[in-house]
Design a protein around this ligand. Structure first.
Ligand code: DUT
Ligand code: MG
Length: 571
């Protein structure tokens, strides 16, 4: 939990201020019952109205002071806990953003959301709770004991019985309750996870009419959450009344013993009232302590989960990078091997891509095409071998600068909520409208964009839901082109675009792409046929490397693909 340290330093001053006010608040609370007993025993019993008014005024004054310090403390503690929570959330978000894919793969995405929201919230609630009871509750408890005993040592016998019983009850409650609250939190995680997965796949669910299945799946998680919560709350439902009962029995005992003594003439009524007041104060403080302990357990579980993210060491070196030298986009793969976790996905891949060349990459699905190009912007680092860009090993480079050079159109198009213009501009900050328009024209997106009523200002829903698959791909290509990269990676980016439009895009790219190195992944052989160089992958291995004509002669896998798609026998 080392991640909390900086906040301790930062917030210790306002925290101590809050504690100071708490102290004052507790002292005010402690004085009240004694003053009241005096009013009754001296003022009322002796018929001294003047004394009653005097002490009543004092009581009012102390109450007012207590109230003022309570609200000041509230302001301070809300300020501290809210600021702390916001800062922690933002730091956690930044940390998550800084992590590489390999790191992120270790966390369930849904749990990252829960960590960022619910878990931070739990810690924040605990910090706030701490500022409400820290010092105050122990002081009220001990002070109440001392004051009550001083007031009347004989009645204190009742306390000697009640307080230990209540304390034991609270301890048992915590022992039983804590593991239960922990499992409640885990169950909540599963509810969140199930919901998130459902929402991200909602279209598929609808398409396959799998509502019942999904509802059933959600219900399992939901009901588990219910069972766990009910069991945890049932615990509280038993213990809280039990504690109340013990204290009330204690009060009955005080009234009974006190009543006997008063009638015998050796105790005053005010003492009894003050004494019961102290008893409720003691009980109240014990309850507060147990409540905050409860918060503590949840907060601790949450803090551990937050800590896990903060402790995640980035597997990629980010800072020690050399600066990237200007080049012209030469790419060399030397003996590159790579695996996600376990099975190798790429095995000893070697090829070179000259500046300005277009390299086509083809191979059956799952052969490692996407994995290969994802190594280039360092989404992942290689396991063996080296990848060089303009002669520099990319592992020595600052990823940010490296990524400046590269524009990627990922296989899964991702667009953001906002206008089309914003989405394309997203590729490069400060791109002018003309540049955006030019990029859109090259990506063959300009025509359909201007065909919509709002043109470039058409708003896209989340993930670009109101565009067709091919339209999304073209906007996504435009976004990459506006970046003006040295290296352009198109990962199956024209799969949803018709052949004629694809040809136009390639035409435009060729004109624009003088000097632009382009990696082009495709399923269709016609998409890569005219590339300067074609790389054929099969189960993570490079099985062919050359131009279309060369490969047709030499590469079995390429021949097979050609035959299956073009349907002609190769001579
Ligand atoms: N793989 C993972 N984790 C990932 C991505 C892929 O384990 O995050 C595996 C799945 C597959 C292999 O790596 O066995 C290669 O996947 P890749 O996506 O590189 O294949 P592809 O050639 O791009 O397939 P497709 O044509 O379907 O896009
Ligand atoms: Mg792929």
């Amino acid at each position: 939990m080392g991640f909390l340290k900086p906040y301790v330093g930062k917030y210790s001053r306002p925290f101590l201020t809050a504690v100071l006010f708490l102290l004052f608040e507790a002292l005010c609370d402690l004085m009240q019952p004694t003053i009241m007993s005096k009013i009754i025993d001296v003022g009322v019993a002796g018929g001294d109205l003047h004394y009653v008014f005097k002490m009543g005024g004092l009581m009012l004054l102390i109450t007012a002071l207590g109230a003022i310090s309570a609200s000041t403390r509230n302001v301070v503690s809300s300020h501290v806990s809210q600021n702390f929570g916001t800062e922690l959330r933002s730091n956690l978000f930044r940390k998550i953003q800084s992590l590489s894919f390999a790191n992120l793969d270790r966390f369930d995405r849904a749990s990252l959301v829960t960590r960022l929201t619910n878990d931070v919230n739990q810690v924040q609630v605990f910090v706030n709770g701490l500022m409400r009871i820290f010092v105050k509750a122990p002081l009220l408890c001990l002070g109440g004991l001392v004051m009550a005993t001083r007031l009347n040592p004989r009645l204190a016998v009742v306390l000697a019985v009640v307080v230990p019983v209540v304390a034991i009850l609270i301890v048992i409650n915590m022992r039983v309750g804590f593991p239960k609250f922990k499992s409640v939190q885990k169950a909540l995680d599963r509810v969140n996870g199930s919901m998130r997965e459902y929402l991200s796949g909602v279209r598929v669910v609808k398409a396959f009419n799998r509502f019942d299945y999904e509802v059933a799946k959600f219900n399992v998680a939901n009901e588990e959450f219910q069972t766990k919560s009910v069991s945890a709350i049932r615990n509280m439902a038993v213990f809280s009344p039990l504690i109340m009962l013990t204290v009330n029995l204690g009060i009955v005992a005080v009234l009974w013993i006190g009543g006997l003594r008063v009638s015998q003439g050796n105790m005053q009524v005010g003492h009894i009232i003050a004494f019961t007041n102290y008893m409720t104060q003691i009980l109240f403080s014990l309850m507060m302590i147990s409540m905050v302990f409860n918060m503590y357990v949840r907060a601790k579980a949450s803090a551990v989960r937050i800590g896990e993210v903060f402790d995640e060491e980035n597997v990629m070196q980010w800072d020690a990078g050399q600066s990237v030298e200007a080049g012209n986009g030469r790419i060399e793969f030397e003996n590159v091997s790579f695996s996600y976790e376990g099975e190798p996905v790429l095995k000893r891949i070697t090829f070179t891509c000259n500046p300005g060349d277009t390299v086509g990459i083809i191979g059956s699905t799952g052969s490692g095409k996407s994995s290969l190009v994802n190594l280039l912007p360092r989404f992942y680092d290689v396991d063996g071998g080296t990848i060089k860009v303009d002669g520099q090993d990319i592992r020595d480079l600052e990823p940010k600068q490296l990524r400046e050079k590269i524009a990627i159109v990922p296989q899964k198009t991702t667009l953001f909520t906002g206008t089309i213009l914003e989405n394309i501009q997203w590729g490069r900050e400060g791109a002018t409208f003309e540049e955006v328009e030019q990029a859109a024209k090259m990506a063959q997106a300009h025509d359909f964009i201007t065909g919509t009523p709002d043109g470039y200002n058409t708003r896209l829903g989340q993930g670009g839901v109101n565009l067709s698959g091919g339209q999304k791909q073209r906007v996504s290509i435009a976004r990459a082109l506006v970046r003006n990269p040295e290296i352009l990676i198109l990962d199956d980016s024209t799969s949803a675009v018709d052949v004629a439009t694809e040809a136009k895009i390639k035409e435009a790219l060729k004109a624009y792409a003088k000097g632009l190195t382009c990696l082009l992944i495709a399923q269709r052989i016609t998409s890569v046929m005219d590339a300067d160089l074609i790389v054929v992958l099969d189960q993570g291995e490079l099985v062919g490397y050359g131009t279309h004509d060369e490969l047709l002669k030499t590469c079995d896998v390429y021949q097979q693909i050609y035959r299956s798609q073009i349907g002609k026998e190769v001579q």
